[in-house]
Design a protein around this ligand. Structure first.
Ligand SMILES: Nc1nc2c(c(=O)[nH]1)N[C@H]1C(S)=C(S)[C@@H](COP(=O)(O)O)O[C@H]1N2
Ligand SMILES: [Mo]
Length: 207
């Protein structure tokens, strides 16, 4: 059952007594709190067996790469706690994600100097664009688990991108590639009018 939001906030305050005990400093404007983990997918859930899964790096790179799931899992892993804000106005607080930091991924890629943006691709044809800075932030992960459980296919397993500082549509499920670009280009939702950047704190919902 969904926790009453005030109880949820009370629990969060207890978990971090130093933090200012006000849900408004955790919830971006226009968002409401949920304890559920809603599924939000356009189109069918992708079910990609780990042994067939590939992650491609292409575009403005010195050398194209195709990593297997095992290649990615062999990189050092981190856990981090982060919030998740969907543009349809639900926000979840304190997800415990586990996966590979984008810093680890970027350390293994040689970009051409013109690269400024990235198109993130997912199985099923999904895409979403990010400025390079947003991709290489400290809290960006290729995540395989949430709260100690492997991600279900519905939630983007075996591997999805997590970009906590931007609206959740930037967190591509079934992520299978990074395409580096010199100029920004709209991804799937962006081409229907979602914002090119997508900062929830300044409500960059639509362009
Ligand atoms: N491949 C893919 N990734 C996606 C989406 C999608 O439709 N396809 N939806 C996005 C949106 S709008 C949101 S809110 C989050 C939802 O993630 P969840 O279903 O795990 O809650 O995934 C994002 N990543
Ligand atoms: Mo969303």
């Amino acid at each position: 059952m969904e926790l009453d939001p005030s109880k949820r906030v009370a629990r969060l305050k207890a978990a971090d007594p130093k933090r200012k005990p006000d849900e408004n400093d955790r919830l971006p404007p226009g968002q409401y709190l949920t304890d559920k983990f809603p599924v939000l997918t356009h189109g069918p859930t992708q079910r990609v067996p780990k042994d067939r899964w590939r992650f491609k790096v292409f575009g403005l790179v010195e050398e194209e790469i195709a990593w297997t799931y095992e290649d990615i899992m062999a990189m050092p892993q981190v856990e981090l706690t982060a919030d998740f804000h969907c543009v349809t106005r639900w926000s979840q607080l304190e997800n415990r994600w586990k996966g590979v930091s984008l810093h680890e991924v970027m350390n293994r890629i040689k970009l051409k100097p013109e690269a400024r943006f990235v198109m993130v691709h997912g199985y099923g044809g999904y895409s979403t664009n990010l400025p390079l800075d947003a991709l290489v932030d400290d809290d960006v992960l290729l995540a395989h688990s949430r709260d100690g459980e492997p991600l279900s296919a519905e939630h983007g397993g075996p591997l999805r991108l997590i970009v906590p500082k931007l609206y959740a549509w930037k967190s591509a499920k079934w992520v299978n590639g990074l395409e580096f670009l010199a100029c920004d280009r709209p991804g799937f939702w962006e081409s229907y009018g979602y914002h090119m950047n997508g900062d929830p704190w300044t409500e960059e919902r639509f362009s």
